[in-house]
Design a protein around this ligand. Sequence first.
Ligand SMILES: CC(=O)N[C@H]1[C@@H](OP(=O)(O)OP(=O)(O)OC[C@H]2O[C@@H](n3ccc(=O)[nH]c3=O)[C@H](O)[C@@H]2O)O[C@H](CO)[C@@H](O)[C@@H]1O
Ligand SMILES: C=C(OP(=O)(O)O)C(=O)O
Length: 429
Amino acid sequence: MESYLVHPSGPLTGSINISGAKNAVLPLMAATLLCRGVSTIDNVPQLDDVNTMADLLRHLGAKVNHQHQTLTIDSRACTHHKAPYHLVSKMRASIYVLGPLLARLGKASVAMPGGCAWGPRPVDLHIKAMQSLAAQVHLEHGNIHAHSGRLQGADFSFTTVSVGATANMLMAAVLAKGTTRLFNAAIEPEIDNLIDQLNAMGAQVFGKGSHTLVIEGVETLQAARISAIPDRIEAGTYLIAAAITQGAITLQQVEPKHLKALTNKLIAAGAQISSGENSISINASKRPLKAISVTTGPYPLFATDLQPQWLALVASLKGAAQVKETIYHDRFQHIPEFVRLGAKIRLQGNIAAIIGNPELSGAQVKASDLRAGAALILLGLIAQGHTQVHDIYHLDRGYHDLPQKLSQLGGTIQRLGKEPSIQPIRLCG
Ligand SMILES: CC(=O)N[C@H]1[C@@H](OP(=O)(O)OP(=O)(O)OC[C@H]2O[C@@H](n3ccc(=O)[nH]c3=O)[C@H](O)[C@@H]2O)O[C@H](CO)[C@@H](O)[C@@H]1O
Ligand SMILES: C=C(OP(=O)(O)O)C(=O)O
């Protein structure tokens, strides 16, 4: 099992480019199933999750080619409707093929993605959404089996704001007969990116950026070309890396407005932030930052995917703060690993109370999931001695060129080879 050896760094400095967003690319890839043609997606990072989705699309009959940062997906021969466990179990986002397969083939059989590293992640809203479009759905032997004639437009209200269920429903409804109205839809930038792609394919989706979406179903869609938006979570991780090391860096190829919730908190902590059209600079070198509390929430609130990294920051600063998680109440598997490094954190329900400790000491730790792994790397950059982060396959899911980008900023993390160890059970990503 490979690991990263993280060397303590001084303040990070310099400039890096941010990659395309994993969480945008995955639904964009699934949506290519809705047409019979050759689709192109630009700004696609080299990530394990992208490879997994490519393998899944190939399994369904597509030809997928990823060169440099461009993906071409030829979905003309997609006739298979089964997304098997060995692929779906690698990545929860595999559920994104449910809507497109139903819309295209009138049938889909997708293994249940199950729970993730930090606790339950239900798919009930995805299923109810498909049922509202007149699909018959039943669960058997760990699979979601769905079939339908042409899907029928309907009104559907999400009881919880769900990025994944909104995306799946959009992809199903664009080819449904009649009008679909979605209430309490997610407004994450990745949803807007998907809507742009669907409309470029000939779909009629209205209300982008609002919680109410109206979809006028069309008979067919054509292949289109779309670029994935910049990865706001990757960008946020590097901004926090600069903050934790009291550095000053610039990120290029970002969308500053997608990062407002984070940059506002960084400013409140005492960092200087300046934004260009597609760049953000942070300077955290002027004075020690203050520990600031955050509460996660759906966009445009503070992203849960930046919660472990923020928790790492406040764990290393003088002062007390709270981190409240409202999206995934159990997303705190990283705390015991932080504690190994000397962090002082008490968890009560979905609130972590932190007393900062600027004197952290390096240790052997384990990435419990993707962002938890990123947060441990950040702590390793400032802990005394070395920190070895194990189970880094999680990081390969979501951080393109992590060692190279950190090294461009003056940090050093070294990928260590496969040492004999017990193979972990890989849940849904
Ligand atoms: C590939 C991808 O884009 N993953 C992101 C996506 O995950 P994902 O799309 O899985 O997350 P959701 O937005 O669906 O989850 C939001 C909330 O809705 C609940 N829920 C969701 C679906 C459902 O059927 N029933 C239900 O109750 C979840 O338990 C959670 O409490 O959004 C999350 C929240 O921003 C991020 O952490 C993930 O990085
Ligand atoms: C949790 C994440 O991804 P996924 O939903 O694919 O597990 C993430 O990107 O932080």
